[in-house]
Design a binder for this molecule. Sequence first.
Ligand code: SF4
Length: 455
Amino acid sequence: MCRFSGKTRDRRSMVRETPGLRIITLGCKVNQYESAYMRSALMEQGWVEAKKGMECQLTIVNTCTVTQRAAHQSRQAISKAVREKPAGGKVVVTGCYAQVCPEEVASIAGVDMVVGNREKARLPEIVSEPLKDRAPVVLVGDIQDQVNMEPMPVRRFFDRSRAFLKIQDGCDSFCTYCIVPYARGRPRSLTPKEVLAMLGTLQEEGYGEVVLTGIHLGKYGWDKGGAHGLLQLLKLIKTSDLRLRIRLSSLEPGEITEGLIEMVAGEDWLCPHFHIPLQSGDPGVLQRMGRHYSPEEFAALVVRIREKMPLAAIGVDVMAGFPGEDEQAFSNTRSLVEALPISYLHVFPFSPRRGTKASRLPGQLSPQTIKERAAQLRELGLRKKRAFYESAVGHTFVALTETRPPERPGFMRGFTENYLDALFPLEKGREGQILKIRIEGVEDGMALAQVLRSG
Ligand code: SF4
């Protein structure tokens, strides 16, 4: 039951009582973005980030539930926050686990508030509510009723030169292994006007690159009618006076259209970087996963991107050990990945998530088999990554300078437009700049480069 009354309390008296804030984030980039939003909104109210050893009056645990293991880790993080809570402190739990299992979260002794994904945009206001009694306050509405996306503006990301912008939320694909549609609700998007305004703010703040993210980014604008899709948004960004480098996060294979490939290939402010979930190279497994493409279609897409952009980063998600994945099906996945010119692999061992169709499918594999298959795919992924980095030697790219690794004095670390993790000699104080670099070699999984000139 929603007990939020909408009243706020005097912020100054609250801050006097509550010196420290800590946000613990589990899960994906979208959760990280939302934590950054909560952090910056609460700091504007006067909260300070609790340093190590500092008393922490407000702890927010932003949970994940994508797998059974993620839910378990979320419970562990909540229990730790409760154990460390000082007298008069608050533990507030939000995120996908709180949305899907609010009663389970509320039953953890010491939790003060459970706030759903639907209420997350208002969380900085909600946490100011005084607690009425010792029972946890549960504010978790039906996420499926949410039709509009509430903007969560973030001005500053701590310790980063690269900014993120969540422009889409929700998914209605209902892949059989995935709980996300239940945790995030139906697809909804920011308006193009909101996106341009938020990009403008990030540019003013001095960011050189923004990663556009969403739960199902390829469905950006679908809730607003056909004329407002991702490609149309990119065309609007092109005609605006923004001078940012834009990177796209994960896109489903069917949503990477010819128009999008052409646009990425033709615009130097758009990073030639695609992250595409394959999940399996076996048609039967794909069908049981509820994924609507064939291995051949996936392969043709990767080849088309590679033809247009020979050095584009093409990252692929793959799942090991889905129910019914026999030796042949696994071998089909391995052979497809082996044959494709991809740049890196993210491997997910299948984990049956309670509440999903896949958790009830026959043919569940033993944890040992899943582990072994995941290890084989990871090894293959490392070989792919090495080959991709080696193919970049001798070529020039544009890197965004990020951090100075303490183990390499005199060097800067930065990511190129095609997501090469590069290391190059550069003096202090030049973080957040765009520089032209040439890759000279590969060492310990990183590209070693020389700076050619400022971009
Ligand atoms: S597309 Fe499939 S895997 Fe991705 S969030 Fe939606 S249901 Fe989950």
